[in-house]
Write a protein that binds this ligand. Structure first.
Ligand SMILES: CC(C)(COP(=O)(O)OP(=O)(O)OC[C@H]1O[C@@H](n2cnc3c(N)ncnc32)[C@H](O)[C@@H]1OP(=O)(O)O)[C@@H](O)C(=O)NCCC(=O)NCCS
Length: 181
């Protein structure tokens, strides 16, 4: 879908394609450099390759049960969202959400648009009833964004994340029911 950002740039939200692998890799490495709010460390991101990114993108295309959307600002990959369904039948009604946007594109409504598109996709999914996620308890921007969509906190894991300086932080678990099947 085509949108415009407050800075006048065009914004397209679409499914990732295998040809995005190189852009996806540099976006993801930059993201892990810019924010400590992701689970990946810089070292883990450095181990990824264009080939592994291509396989990753293909895994979403091969199987319609998961979603990988990218946000393209003037053709540059600046954000992405994933919603993944677990492999087991007893949890097939769940989808786990992950999202990330390059720092210079924060607060322009890209997160809101990606989540809107993700929820629309989940509404059409044949099994998915609940979207859930885990977020660091000090990630106020992300928590606010999720609350704006009606995600509610259903739990908290004390010391759910170990930071690279050796300190620990809590993770907050949030979920939103999308539909009843
Ligand atoms: C969290 C993230 C996805 C938000 O994306 P974004 O494009 O900036 O989001 P939007 O511009 O659509 O919305 C941001 C919302 O945050 C809120 N916000 C902005 N600054 C805030 C702050 N300092 N404290 C609390 N909330 C804040 C605003 O209320 C805004 O909502 P609004 O539309 O009602 O104004 C982005 O900051 C990001 O990628 N962060 C790093 C990776 C990450 O944290 N991923 C999530 C892991 S669970």
């Amino acid at each position: 879908m085509q949108h415009f950002l407050p800075n006048g740039q065009s914004l397209e939200i679409r499914n990732a394609k295998p040809e995005d692998a190189t852009a996806m890799l540099s976006y993801f490495r930059q993201l892990t450099k810019e924010t400590g709010f992701l689970l990946f460390t810089l070292r883990e991101a450095a181990e990824l390759s264009v080939e592994s990114e291509k396989d990753y993108i293909l895994s979403f295309l091969d199987d319609k049960k998961d979603l990988l959307l990218v946000a393209m600002a003037e053709g540059k990959l600046v954000g992405s969202i994933t919603i993944k369904q677990p492999g087991l039948w007893k949890q097939a009604h769940l989808g786990q959400l992950g999202i990330g946007i390059l720092h210079s594109y924060w607060n322009m409504g890209i997160g809101r648009r990606l989540i809107t598109a993700g929820i629309r996709w989940a509404e059409q999914h044949k099994d998915m009833e609940i979207i859930h996620l885990s977020v660091f308890s000090n990630n106020e921007r992300a928590i606010q964004l999720y609350r704006n969509f009606g995600f509610a906190e259903y739990g908290r894991m004390p010391q759910g994340v170990r930071h690279q300086d050796g300190s620990y932080g809590d993770t907050i678990l949030m979920s939103k029911r999308i539909k009843n099947l």
